[in-house]
Design a protein around this ligand. Structure first.
Ligand code: NAP
Length: 257
C-alpha cells in the first residue's frame, strides 16, 4: 500500500517551486522521495529553496533559472534536466502571475503577459517534457488552475481566461497522451496564503472576510495543503485518473452563498 503513493527517485520539475504553493508541493514530493528540479526566475529565492529542500529531505534538488513563457528557454531547461537526471517523470506547471484591473484598463501587453505566464507556459513546459516521458514509458503532468478556472471576477479578465484555459489544456493533453501512459490532471486551489494573495488581501477591502465567510472550512488554505492531492496525482495511485480538475478549496466551490 505504501508503494502506491511513493515518489521514490521520481525526477520532478516544479515550475515556480521557489515559493508559495510550488514550494509547498515540492516539499511534499521530496518527503515522498522524489528528486526535485525547481524552475523559476529569481536566483536568491531559488537558491534558498534548493538549499532548504536538499537539507530537509536528503533528496537531490537543483534549481534552473528560466522564464517559462519563453519557448527556447523552456526547451533548454527540459534538455538540461534530461541530461543531468537521465529522465523526467513528473512536471508540475505551477508558475503563475496576476495583474488585477478592470477589463477596460488592461493594455494588450498586460493581457499577453498574464496569458503567457499562466497558460502558454503550461503548454510549452508540457510539450518540452513529452518526448522524455514517452521514451521513459510514462509520466505525470499536474497543472495548477484556480477557482477562476470556474468563476469570473471583475478584475480577473486575463487571469480567469488563462486559468479556465488550463482546464481545457489539461483535458486535451490527457486525451492526446494517455496512450503513452502519461496522465495529465489539474488542481484548482481555493484561496491560499502566499505572496500572490498577501498583496490582494491588503489591496482589496473585505477580501479576507469574504473568503473566510464563503469557505465552509472557515479559513484560507496553506501551501502545504496542496501536497496530498498533488502526491495522489503524481503517483501510481492515480494510474487510471486523467483529464480531471480537482478543487482543493476548503469547499469554496460547492458553497452557494
Ligand atoms: P507565488 O508565491 O507568487 O508563486 C508564483 C511562482 O511562479 C513564483 O515562484 C515565481 O518565481 C514563479 N513564476 C512566475 N512567473 C514565472 C515565469 N514566467 N517563469 C518562471 N517562474 C515564474 O504564487 P502562488 O500563490 O504560490 O501561486 C502558484 C500558482 O498557484 C499560480 O499558478 C497561481 O495562479 C495559482 N493559484 C494560487 C492561489 C492562491 O490563493 N495563492 C489560488 C489559486 C491558484 P520567480 O518570481 O522566481 O519567477
Amino acid at each position: 500500500m505504501d508503494d502506491l503513493f511513493s515518489l521514490n527517485q521520481k525526477v520532478t520539475i516544479v515550475t515556480g517551486g521557489n515559493g508559495g504553493i510550488g514550494k509547498g508541493v515540492a516539499q511534499g514530493f521530496a518527503a515522498a522521495g522524489a528528486d526535485i528540479v525547481i524552475v523559476a526566475r529569481n536566483p536568491q529565492k531559488t537558491e534558498a529553496a534548493v538549499k532548504e529542500i536538499s537539507q530537509a529531505f536528503g533528496v537531490r534538488c537543483t534549481g534552473i533559472l528560466c522564464d517559462v513563457s519563453e519557448e527556447s528557454a523552456v526547451n533548454e531547461m527540459a534538455a538540461k534536466v534530461n541530461r543531468d537526471y537521465g529522465r523526467i517523470d513528473i512536471l508540475v506547471n505551477n508558475a503563475g502571475i496576476n495583474i488585477r484591473k478592470m477589463p477596460e484598463d488592461y493594455d494588450a501587453s498586460e493581457w499577453d503577459v498574464v496569458m503567457a505566464g499562466n497558460l502558454r507556459s503550461a503548454f510549452l513546459c508540457s510539450k518540452s517534457v513529452y518526448p522524455a516521458m514517452k521514451l521513459g514509458g510514462g509520466g505525470k503532468i499536474i497543472n495548477i488552475g484556480s477557482m477562476t478556472s470556474i468563476f469570473g471576477g471583475a478584475k480577473l479578465a486575463p487571469y480567469s481566461a488563462s486559468k479556465s484555459g488550463i482546464v481545457q489544456l489539461t483535458r486535451s493533453l490527457a486525451c492526446a497522451w494517455a496512450k503513452y501512459n502519461i496522465q495529465v490532471n489539474a488542481i484548482l486551489p481555493g484561496f491560499i496564503d502566499t505572496d500572490l494573495t498577501i498583496q490582494a488581501r491588503k489591496d482589496i477591502p473585505g477580501l479576507n472576510e469574504t473568503v473566510t465567510a464563503r469557505t465552509p472550512c472557515g479559513r484560507w488554505g496553506q501551501p502545504h495543503e496542496l501536497q496530498g492531492a498533488a502526491i495522489f496525482l503524481a503517483s501510481r495511485a492515480s494510474e487510471f485518473v486523467t483529464g480531471i480538475s480537482l478543487p482543493v478549496d476548503g469547499g469554496f466551490s460547492i458553497n452557494m452563498l
